[in-house]
Ligand binder design. Structure first.
Ligand SMILES: O=C(O)CCC(=O)C(=O)O
Ligand SMILES: [Fe+2]
Length: 332
């Protein structure tokens, strides 16, 4: 059995401490895959406590040991400021060096080279916003992304698409999502990259928010008959509310599938690359009932969108409770 299989078997057998100890010892011996795995554990936080700085450190060691996946993730962490201070320039340098041998990195470097931004990753763009409605505030920005950028999001996210299901709180079984019939994927910590990060920065600049306020970019795919039934994007009893939503249309040429605000009648169907922005809250911070909207059923073709929900302040997923209280062998 190889080392990671052994670690996983220990974990599955309820021996979390032994699993973590084995992993840490292998990482300390210079086993690059173990270093990478340890970094992933430190991000996930379900076995050992979440520790992003530690994850960043182990990603660094794994990349020095020549592990490309670790180097790619480290470049992204460097750009996003995950476990370190954000440093776009260094991230791009890391990625460019990786691009000499890694096709994935090379493609990212090429895409980034086509974007207008400062050396610090600040987008250099002016946006032509057209107001569609003032209550709720809805605006569009035509050709917010290029066709190539839309294709990139769809390409990178497609392998992660899953049917939209939720866990039934009563039975703990997976059941179809009550509001959405579609396939979805999230660009989280492991799947966001510098290109998606740069797009998220552009979304922040378009919406006048900071990059940190965004939830992970979501990819949604609707085939014939799929839809997003009427809903509010604002969450019940949430102090860090979703103040705004940005939807980018990644495909066009499908029938049906308009985004519709049911209480005002406003309906929008973006062309590939267009963005729709809307406010979800009333001036007093409560969810705005007029922001009730849906994605109407698709009749023909495939609709793909990218959605980013923007919070009032910095958004981070809370760390899950971890099985172990400390990281064996490395605890201070
Ligand atoms: O599919 C659409 O047009 C709407 C999507 C939506 O409401 C959302 O992502 O929050
Ligand atoms: Fe929505």
């Amino acid at each position: 059995m190889n080392l990671l299989s052994e670690v996983r078997a220990l974990l599955a057998g309820g021996k979390a401490k032994e699993a973590a100890t084995t992993l840490v010892q292998a990482a300390q011996r210079g086993h690059s895959e173990a270093m990478y795995e340890l970094a992933l554990w430190a991000v996930a936080g379900n076995v050992i406590p979440r520790n992003l700085a530690l994850a960043y450190d182990w990603l660094g060691r794994a990349s020095e040991a020549g592990f490309t996946d670790a180097a790619l993730l480290r470049a992204y962490f460097t750009a996003a400021g995950t476990g370190c201070l954000p440093d776009w320039q260094s991230a791009l340098e890391l990625l460019t060096r990786l691009g000499e041998t890694s096709e994935i990195a090379g493609r990212q470097v090429e895409k980034l080279g086509q974007m207008k931004m400062t050396t610090d990753g600040v987008p250099l763009a002016s946006y032509n916003l057209e107001l569609c409605s003032s209550q709720p505030r809805v605006a569009t920005c035509r050709q917010f992304l290029t066709a190539a950028e839309c294709d990139y999001i769809a390409d990178i996210g497609t392998p992660f698409l899953e049917p939209s299901y939720v866990v039934d709180p009563n039975t703990q079984q997976l059941i179809p999502h009550p509001v959405r019939r579609s396939h979805g994927a999230m660009f989280g910590v492991y799947t966001e990259d510098l290109v998606i990060n740069a797009i998220n920065r552009r979304i922040a600049s378009l919406s006048g928010t900071s990059y940190e306020q965004g939830e992970p970019l979501q990819l949604l795919q609707y085939e014939r008959g799929d839809e997003y039934r009427p809903h509010l994007d604002a969450l019940p009893n949430e102090p860090n509310q979703r103040v705004m939503t940005v939807i980018i249309y990644l495909t066009d040429g499908y029938d049906g599938g308009e985004t519709k605000f049911l209480r005002t009648g406003l309906s929008f169907k973006g062309q590939k690359g267009d963005a729709l922005l809307f406010a979800n809250l009333l001036p007093d911070g409560r969810p705005d009932p007029l922001s009730l909207h849906c994605g109407l059923p698709v009749f023909k073709g495939t609709k793909m969108i990218a959605t980013r929900w923007l919070r009032r302040s910095r958004f981070t997923y809370p760390a899950p409770p971890s099985i172990l209280g400390t990281l064996p062998g490395l605890a201070a």
